[in-house]
Ligand binder design. Structure first.
Ligand SMILES: *[C@@H]1O[C@H](CO)[C@@H](O)[C@H](O)[C@H]1NC(C)=O
Ligand SMILES: *[C@@H]1O[C@H](CO)[C@@H](O)[C@H](O)[C@H]1NC(C)=O
Ligand SMILES: *[C@@H]1O[C@H](CO)[C@@H](O)[C@H](O)[C@H]1NC(C)=O
Ligand SMILES: *[C@@H]1O[C@H](CO)[C@@H](O)[C@H](O)[C@H]1NC(C)=O
Ligand SMILES: *[C@@H]1O[C@H](CO)[C@@H](O)[C@H](O)[C@H]1NC(C)=O
Ligand SMILES: *[C@@H]1O[C@H](CO)[C@@H](O)[C@H](O)[C@H]1NC(C)=O
Ligand SMILES: *[C@@H]1O[C@H](CO)[C@@H](O)[C@H](O)[C@H]1NC(C)=O
Ligand SMILES: *[C@@H]1O[C@H](CO)[C@@H](O)[C@H](O)[C@H]1NC(C)=O
Ligand SMILES: *[C@@H]1O[C@H](CO)[C@@H](O)[C@H](O)[C@H]1NC(C)=O
Ligand SMILES: *[C@@H]1O[C@H](CO)[C@@H](O)[C@H](O)[C@H]1NC(C)=O
Ligand SMILES: *[C@@H]1O[C@H](CO)[C@@H](O)[C@H](O)[C@H]1NC(C)=O
Ligand SMILES: *[C@@H]1O[C@H](CO)[C@@H](O)[C@H](O)[C@H]1NC(C)=O
Length: 445
């Protein structure tokens, strides 16, 4: 604390004195249009690695950027048998070594998400997004993965804090300990900022997606700026918190920021016409663009799911709530900073295969690992806001997105859903989540 104060005071005069001698580097911003896949549950952005451009899953819930290498091995996560590459569901476009590839011989890449494992080599590569290019970025070049693609992406773009990166010493031979022995490095956007290319933040405006289309426009991601969508001029600001419930070993024994965690002040649900309920018990949750379900406390999720008309019913096999595809969703808002953000009713129901629909709200106890329970605010929320992730100020800012179907007051609409769509694959990334979702998908497929 004392040290921090000292640095703050010292930095002022130093910066001023030095300012006229330091040539100012101009940062820029760039916007990428996203593709939504798997019926509006997965969002991909174009990223160039070496001399090839890939679609990568946009994930604020992890920190590595990896791409599948040509000739990789696909492994069934249930029985660990080698299965055809096609069954991994990644795009057919795979990474080939370019002139800018430099292998890191003393490190390996190995990451464990809820949906499975990806591993391989660590390398320096030239990586760019929307014309902003980093010459030597550490990336995972994966030659081995469980099925985690969506038919469009070839890997993932990790946007969380450095403490979650998954490079390891080259002598690491077990794939069951990837949450340990991390050789922490700066993720892509950190490097872009470090090299003076962008201001230290990015923003997301995920699109509301048609329930019956497998692939659609997914909204925008902007580096060092705001996305080109209409939004309220009022931003709520919340500090990024150290995630309380993850054990210290998960972040190399250090109490540091990892996920984009914040405190939700209160939850509002019901009908503003006759009976709006507020639960004002605050809780911590992290914002995860790689998670299509929002996992919140039981005491919140149970009553909200009961308020769908007709009510959503708990399915113990999947841990999710099954709901009529044309049900009317209740109003649901969560408060961050000084605003309550309501969800469009159409973002609260996902259609899966065989006309089965599920609520996009489930209990965080379903994703607990031992006694660790994490609340996750996923895609349903992000479709309704412009979200700014600022790793320079360690804060997040949220503004209400304005669209033709949602008024600023949080008026919700329920869109009747067309059956026939299917959510075939488990593309969830985060911790411990995919295992049970995988079960659900198997059961529903
Ligand atoms: C994975 O293994 C399980 C259990 O053996 C099997 O039921 C499933 O069909 C396999 N999946 C693929 C894609 O091969
Ligand atoms: C993880 O390790 C086990 C045991 O060595 C192996 O059977 C399995 O194929 C590995 N999984 C992946 C995705 O590499
Ligand atoms: C990328 O670079 C490699 C190595 O120089 C070359 O063999 C390959 O043809 C290039 N690919 C493309 C798409 O330009
Ligand atoms: C992936 O590459 C590593 C390092 O070269 C190697 O040890 C491993 O056997 C490879 N795995 C597969 C499935 O090819
Ligand atoms: C990849 O190629 C195979 C064989 O050419 C094709 O059947 C499959 O649909 C392709 N997959 C994707 C995701 O494009
Ligand atoms: C890898 O090597 C380091 C340094 O020699 C050592 O501390 C560590 O225990 C080794 N890890 C494994 C899994 O062998
Ligand atoms: C999805 O539903 C909309 C509205 O009912 C309809 O216009 C559109 O053609 C449907 N798309 C598909 C792929 O079924
Ligand atoms: C934003 O709103 C204005 C005024 O309603 C409209 O003209 C414009 O097209 C909207 N822009 C976008 C990107 O939706
Ligand atoms: C209002 O909603 C709450 C929670 O859903 C419920 O417990 C209560 O009975 C409702 N009150 C009325 C008057 O409908
Ligand atoms: C409000 O939510 C908290 C969990 O965040 C729960 O413990 C509490 O029971 C809820 N209160 C009511 C009245 O539902
Ligand atoms: C709920 O949160 C909103 C937004 O932060 C705040 O305005 C309101 O006072 C809170 N209500 C309660 C009862 O805490
Ligand atoms: C929601 O918006 C519609 C259309 O703008 C309006 O008729 C309705 O009264 C609004 N409902 C609420 C609860 O504000």
């Amino acid at each position: 604390m004392l040290l921090l104060q000292f640095l703050t005071i010292a930095a002022g005069p130093l910066a001023l004195a030095g300012a006229k001698y330091i040539p100012t580097r101009r940062t820029s911003s760039t916007t990428s249009a996203l593709i939504a896949t798997q019926y509006g549950t997965v969002f991909d952005a174009p990223v160039t690695i070496g001399n090839q451009t890939f679609m990568l899953l946009v994930d604020t819930g992890s920190s590595d950027t990896y791409v599948m290498q040509a000739g990789y091995t696909c492994i069934n996560s249930t029985d660990n048998l080698v299965i055809p590459e096609l069954d991994c569901f990644y795009a057919n476009k795979t990474y080939h070594k370019s002139k800018t590839y430099h292998h890191l011989s003393n490190e390996i890449f190995g990451v464990q998400y809820g949906a499975g494992i990806a591993s391989g080599l660590m390398a320096y590569e030239q990586v760019s997004m929307g014309g902003i290019s980093v010459k030597a970025q550490k990336v995972g070049i994966s030659n081995d993965s469980n099925p985690m693609g969506d038919g469009v992406n070839s890997g993932l773009l990790g946007l969380a804090y450095p403490s979650l990166t998954s490079a390891h010493p080259a002598n690491q031979t077990s794939n069951s300990t990837y949450w340990h022995d991390r050789l922490v490095y700066n993720p892509l956007l950190y490097t872009m900022h470090e090299q003076g290319l962008i201001d230290p933040y990015f923003s997301l405006a995920l699109a509301h997606t048609p329930q019956n289309e497998s692939t659609s426009f997914g909204g925008y991601m902007t580096l060092g700026g705001l996305p080109p969508v209409n939004h309220s001029s009022h931003f709520s600001t919340v500090p990024v918190e150290i995630t309380d419930n993850i054990p210290l070993w998960f972040t190399s024994g250090k109490k540091v920021r990892s996920y984009w965690s914040a405190t939700v002040k209160n939850i509002t649900y019901g009908s503003s016409l006759n009976n709006l309920t507020m639960n004002s018990t605050s809780f911590q949750a992290f914002i995860d663009s790689g998670n299509y379900i929002s996992y919140l406390p039981d005491a919140i999720v149970d009553p909200i799911n009961a308020l769908f008309s007709p009510p959503a019913t708990y399915d113990s096999d999947s841990g999710l709530y099954i709901v009529d595809c044309s049900a009317k969703a209740p109003e649901f808002g969560l408060s961050l900073g000084d605003q309550t953000f309501y969800h469009d009713g159409s973002d609260l129901i996902y259609q899966t295969s065989e006309g089965i629909c599920v609520s996009s709200l489930a209990s965080s106890s379903e994703v607990s690992l031992g006694d660790i329970t994490l609340n996750i605010i996923g895609v349903p929320f992000l479709k309704n806001v412009v979200a700014v992730f600022d790793f320079g100020k360690n804060e997040m800012r949220f503004a209400k997105k304005l669209s033709s179907t949602q008024s600023v007051s949080g008026n919700t609409t329920s869109t009747p859903l067309v059956s026939g769509a299917s959510m075939q694959h488990n593309s969830r990334y985060g911790i411990v989540i995919g295992l049970f979702l995988g079960v659900m998908i198997l059961q529903m497929a």
